[in-house]
Design a protein around this ligand. Structure first.
Ligand code: BGC
Length: 888
């Protein structure tokens, strides 16, 4: 029952930021909010804005809108200005204009710096640096006076390289690896910090640690490439302080007013992949506080960068997200003043240790290594890291200190420490987990602990690889934004976390690289590495240009993301359609040494040739591109472009016919595909390529189910097929086979990994082999998210939730009871609020379903046996909580 007073209205979210945010890029940010229950007809929402320019008094404004305008409401006021601060609250009003319930909590946000306000220069070392990588890193400092105590202050911070700021001896904010990785030649993020509390009247100082990061550090595999974006690092800092007396003070980094100084700091070298070497003997106490004697420091030099390319981030920063405690600490050698230790944190992920360095003599060296797994002899498995050796070194100045690398990132479960004086205890170790800040939105639970562990592993691989950009893996010398991996994982990611901001930021770079290279590079940002140096169109990887925007739209319902991606989508479709044969099949070999990657990492492929799959590459390429064309046509439709929508629709029809003619032999129940593989049937069914011929689709489903039974439940697919086998089986009424694949513990399978002690999802089905040895392939990671895309099926078909309309305004509830499970549940924080489906098998054999539908959306519950897909019906449920009995 709705009692008007009980309706709760949330604080508005600003664009796709979550919570309060500083330094947004938009001057007309859209606002979205939710209700705990559907507000009655005629409800209005008053939007109360308090806005203030630095140095001016606050101004109040109000706007009124219909309660139903709560998704991406266009900014109902005059545009905000550069650096303007805003505070918004919402209040519901009934049809007579009287207040309804309590007003929303407050939302605070600031606009970032506009180009016209960017006065600071990038500054860095003024000495000739070595013309290689692994350079000794600089510090930069400046002192200044404030005429009055600060009322409010903002620091705008960026870098060519990486930067960490301190004011008066204390760190600014908690962001890591700032400013993050973008295609620096075209865009660079500038982050905004509230530093009011850190400043005071009189003398103040700022200090900056600078690192190489992605800008000039060595990136990628096959030896990698250093200095790719430039060989000089520099930082950009602009401080604006409003005093209690009304004064405004601006401080800008620059090379001309002689207050900005630099010197070599304690970080002797740092590489994101290889690790950091820190010499505490080079510390200069007090360097970021006022009154420090910097007469031995040198003036900074300017590093030129076009301020018009600076942007205010749309995603949120990398930050510490939690901690892992050691589960064991074992002495492995040495004694007394210098011993070696092995630490097991029980969880593989992107993390770094902060260690309490004590009892060390001046000049004593601690060596720290990291690895995902152990070799059979119990030593760290570092071969698979290749160049990315994750090796830190700390040289003591003889004093007590807590130390953690600043500009390197590691992914590991195990660490070894050498040169430790005395006992190593858990009190000396603070292990911190890092990833980009995102809101958690998806949960899953079931009566099967192995499945729950698999789901947990999927989450950990996602977290580990959502670090500024979506990467393939977080540990070895790769960590690139491989497009194919996120193409496959995006739907799972979008369910588990709110990735709208994170992935749409990355899509900007995909578009930039597409313009630069005339195609979608294999990874974005692109770095010319080895045989991958010349981008060429390949399926799945390139198809991310369409699949990722589509996934974001289906999840978030924000048409603006499609709008922003339209050139990207169209660019990919129009490029590849020119490669198709007249019958619409993509059989032209890409102009690139490996050709199509196809069903990459098919379990039958030899360890050293992951592209040697059972399924024909042209079949895979055509199916994936047909799916892209289908999405592109829907995208055009959603954007109100009927001509393009129709054009893509007819291209799709041509492809579907060509695909069927080329890759299907025979008719009726005896039909076969030219590649008689799980991958071939799965993608044909899941991409709707047989939808026009229900008989064909059913026969393909039968054959797929047969192949699964013949395989004894072992997985037989690689990257391309894996996400779609279970969905295709379910769609054609073969849930039992889907469960048999998912629940198998034989190698290769998902639960094989779990049984082998995995705490993340692996790159290869058998990254660790049944005898506990590590796969000999040079490309073997224990933390890739691609095969974790199976969680999508777990959410949709075990838990039972699936979006039918963009933004979850309509969603399907269709849990498939099976697999010996006695209960399962999934929850998803949709744009409208929390949706939930939880079922339990009762003793009388009935299945009880608890269903939660958030205000603003409708749940469509499927009725009838899933084994007869054609005979099912459905019933719609508006917002509310329901207890239902499900038919099986
Ligand atoms: C990466 C993958 C990637 C693949 C493409 C690998 O080295 O780790 O995940 O998609 O190369 O071939």
């Amino acid at each position: 029952m709705n009692t008007d007073q009980a309706i709760v209205i949330s604080a508005p979210e600003v664009e796709h930021y979550h919570g309060d945010v500083l330094g947004i890029g938009s001057h007309k940010p859209r606002l979205s909010w939710t209700y705990s229950e559907q507000p009655p007809q005629g409800t209005q929402v008053a939007i109360n804005l308090t806005r203030r320019m630095p140095g001016s008094d606050p101004v109040q404004q109000e706007a009124e809108v219909d309660a139903g305008d709560n998704m991406f409401l266009d900014w109902p006021f005059e545009p905000l200005r550069s650096r303007e601060r805003a505070l918004v609250t919402l209040a519901m009003l009934n049809a007579d204009g009287a207040p309804l319930g309590a007003p929303s909590p407050e939302r605070h946000f600031d606009v970032g710096l506009d180009v016209t306000d960017r006065i600071a220069d990038f500054v860095g070392p003024s000495w000739p640096e070595a013309e290689t990588d692994h350079r000794h890193l600089p510090l930069v400092r400046a002192e200044f006076e404030l005429p009055a105590a600060p009322r409010s202050a903002r620091l705008y911070l960026s870098a060519l390289g990486l930067v960490q700021a301190e004011i008066n001896g204390a760190r600014v904010g908690s962001d890591e690896l700032t400013p993050g990785w973008t295609v620096y030649g075209r865009r660079l993020e500038c982050w905004t910090y509230d530093v009011t509390e850190q400043l005071s009247q009189g003398a103040n100082a700022m200090g900056f640690w600078l690192g190489d990061g992605w800008y000039r550090g060595r990136l990628g595999f096959d030896g990698g490439m250093a200095n790719f974006y430039g060989d000089r690092i520099g930082m950009f800092a602009q401080l604006e302080v409003e005093g209690e007396d009304g004064s405004i003070t601006h401080i800008y980094s620059n090379s001309w007013d002689r207050t900005w100084k630099t010197t070599l700091g304690p970080i002797v070298c740092s590489d994101l992949y290889e690790g950091e070497t820190y010499d505490a003997r080079l510390e200069e106490p007090g360097w970021s506080s006022p009154g420090f004697d910097d007469s031995a420091w040198r003036p900074v030099a300017e590093v030129s960068y076009d301020p018009a390319k600076i942007e205010n981030p749309q995603l949120q920063a990398v930050r510490m997200q939690g901690r892992n405690q050691p589960v064991s600490i074992t002495r492995t050698g040495g004694s007394g003043k210098s011993s070696s230790w092995l630490i097991d944190f029980g969880q593989n992920c992107s993390q770094r240790m902060r260690l309490h360095m004590h009892g060390l003599a001046e000049g004593a060296r601690i060596s720290i290594r990291h690895a995902e797994v152990l070799e059979k002899d119990g030593t760290l498995a570092t071969r698979t890291l290749r160049r990315g050796q994750e090796h830190d070194q700390y040289i003591s100045n003889g004093q007590d200190a807590w130390w953690e690398p600043r500009f390197a990132m590691h992914a590991f479960r195990y660490a070894s420490i050498e040169g430790w004086p005395g006992e190593l205890t858990a009190e000396d170790i603070d292990c911190r987990v890092y990833h980009s800040t995102m809101e958690r939105t998806g949960w899953f639970d079931s009566s099967n602990p192995l499945l729950n562990k698999l789901h947990d592993n999927v989450l950990w691989s996602m977290r580990s690889n959502f670090l500024s950009i979506p990467t393939d893996c977080p540990q070895r010398d790769e960590r690139m934004g491989w497009t194919g991996d996120i193409d496959l994982f995006a739907p799972t990611a979008a369910y588990l976390y709110d990735v709208q901001a994170f992935l749409s930021s990355w899509l900007k770079d995909v578009r930039i690289e597409q313009e630069a290279h005339g195609t979608i590079p294999f990874f974005v940002p692109f770095v010319p590495l080895g045989v991958w140096a010349k981008p060429s169109a390949i399926a799945i990887w390139g198809d991310a240009a369409v699949a990722v925007p589509w996934t974001l739209y289906m999840e978030g319902g924000d048409r603006h993301i499609l709008d922003e991606s339209w050139d990207l989508v169209r660019g990919w479709i129009d490029e590849v359609r020119a490669y198709l044969s007249p019958d619409g099949v993509w059989d032209r070999r890409p102009d690139y040494v490996l050709g199509q990657l196809g069903d990459w990492l098919d379990p039958t492929a030899p360890p050293d040739d992951p592209a040697q799959a059972m399924t024909q590459k042209e079949l895979v390429a055509t199916a994936y591109f047909a799916r892209s064309v289908d999405y592109a046509s829907r995208i055009a439709q959603a954007l109100g472009k009927p001509t393009e929508a129709a054009d893509y629709r007819s291209l799709h029809e041509r492809m579907v016919t060509g695909y069927r003619n080329r890759f299907v032999v025979g008719d009726g129940p005896d039909m076969r595909m030219t590649s008689d593989t799980q991958c071939a049937y799965a993608i044909s069914i899941a991409f709707g390529l047989f939808d026009a011929e229900p008989g064909l689709k059913q026969a393909a489903g039968q054959r797929l189910a047969e192949l699964v039974r013949e395989s004894g439940g072992k997985v037989s697919t690689g990257f391309a097929g894996t996400p779609f086998v279970l969905p295709a089986l379910s769609e054609t009424g073969h849930d039992a086979e889907a469960y048999s694949l998912l629940l198998s513990t034989e190698c290769p399978s998902w639960l094989y990994q779990v049984k082998m002690g995995a705490t993340t999802t692996w790159e290869r089905w058998d990254s660790m082999q049944p005898d506990g040895s590590i796969n000999p392939g040079g490309m073997t990671s224990f933390n890739h998210y691609a095969l974790g895309s199976v969680a999508e099926w777990m959410h949709e078909r075990i838990g039972g939730l699936r979006a039918l309309e963009p933004g979850w305004s309509l969603f399907e509830v269709d849990p498939r009871i099976g697999g010996g499970l006695t209960k399962a549940s999934t929850r998803h924080l949709t744009p409208h609020g929390m949706a939930e489906s939880s079922w339990r098998l009762e003793e009388d054999g009935r299945v009880r379903l608890r269903l939660v539908v958030p205000a603003g959306s409708v749940a469509r519950v499927l009725i009838g046996s899933p084994a007869a897909p054609g005979k099912r019906s459905s019933k719609d449920y508006p917002a509310g909580t329901y207890d239902l009995v499900v038919e099986r």
